[in-house]
Design a protein around this ligand. Sequence first.
Ligand code: SAH
Length: 212
Amino acid sequence: MVTNFQGVARRLTEQLRALGIDDEQVLKVIEQTPRHAFMPESLAHKAYENTALPIGNGQTISQPYMVAVMTSVLTKAGARSVLEIGTGSGYQTAVLAALVDQVYSVERISHLQYQAKRRFKQLDLHNVRTRLGDGWQGWASKAPFDGIIVTAAAARIPEALLHQLSPQHGVMVIPVGEERQRLLVIERDGDDFSYRELEDVRFVPLIEGDTE
Ligand code: SAH
């Protein structure tokens, strides 16, 4: 187990800065979040490298650079309540939880949801609610959300998520596509939605259908 991670975490945030991440609040939270606690112990020595890593069930913990880019979109928009689709390891959730008031996170694989919940408890994160379910449906009873973040690539934009975005400047950040995936930022103003493309990305697919 890594106990003293501050040095390596600082080197990671220096790399992110060099890659263009300029949100100091986000960088500070990434520097303080123990990423090694969100993966199998056998991979902990790689926790502060800027790469995605396997977490079991064919899934991955997101690359720190991607976590920084997507989180910055939401914090720059001033989002206070955020819906996350794809809890996975819970790492992205934990970074968000340090920056916004409330995070609602949906995961379809029960084993991953269980492990993530245990980590939130260990880290004393009290502003995270999790749910086992199909992220294509969002979390209607908690809507609207100021921000929505999807951490798996959707073949098309999930209609339900558009409806659950706050009409007052709600912002969604989502990878869309199959062969080629693009990171999209969708902003809502009343019934108007604007779409902006950030960059090409590589995520595991957002699966349609039952939970496992
Ligand atoms: N943010 C996570 C990334 C996990 S990978 C992290 O940093 O660890 C994407 C996750 O999305 C996987 O855990 C996968 O099981 C989940 N997922 C895929 N399709 C989903 C769906 N329809 N609903 C909810 N979660 C989904």
